[in-house]
Write a protein that binds this ligand. Sequence first.
Ligand code: AMP
Length: 278
Amino acid sequence: MQAFADQARQEGKRIAVVPTMGYLHEGHLSLIAEARRRADIVVVTIFVNPTQFGPTEDFARYPRDFERDRQRAERAGADALFHPEAEEMYPAGHSTVVDAGPVGGVLEGTIRPTHFRGVTTVVAKLFNITKPHCAIFGQKDAQQAFLIRRMARDLNFGVEIVVAPIVREADGLALSSRNVYLSADERTRATALVRALELAAERVRAGERSAETLRTIMTARLRADAPTAVDYIAFIDPETFGEIGTLRPPAVLIALAVRFGTTRLIDNMRIEIADTHG
Ligand code: AMP
């Protein structure tokens, strides 16, 4: 892969990488299409990275179908697939990691304490292996996108980080490889996440600025669909990823994680906030 990337760079070609864990859906394909628009060579990586799963998480049962992924990625415009084995990525004695810093410890990091260290470490490795000029990530994983941008800047990777919008089903549910875990009934109820976000957006447009009030409204909307648990509803400053109590211009990111049965779903929405003093 490194030799392939070196060759492309010598020929003056621009490389874009799309890191994924496979089981490709339309969300992934939109990232590949974005990469296609931005580069001469599109590399898609497919690697279910063991170090970003906690000991009680779904690593073993995470859905995998390489043959289907290969066809989908090719059709979407990938020039190369990088699909390593875990032993190649983490040979015996591997011990160096990339610490994701304090933002790696909030929200998803509270519930998954080693998750983001696994993500930043594997993405750093994938950047060194695929030698891209730019890399495309999805806004679906907003905290991940923030941390990758931060890492690329802090560690001078020289890789342009592009974050593409969330692709949703017709009823609004954000596409995710994990949606296959949902029963038919849970699948119907899972639209609660986007409905709660839309309700909050409506209230913000109507002038509501209190995170606490919005959280109460969203919790009530979620409860109508009887989730197993609401892990968090967070109001985030998109610039710093810090939590905020009072919404201020120019924008807020509302992020939430909700469980239906054993399936954990995340979603988020950026809401622009009008400057009432301007
Ligand atoms: P994953 O295979 O789940 O690790 O995701 C690989 C990349 O696809 C990440 O950058 C995700 O944020 C992105 N992604 C996942 N779901 C969606 C979606 N519904 N819309 C846009 N991007 C997505």
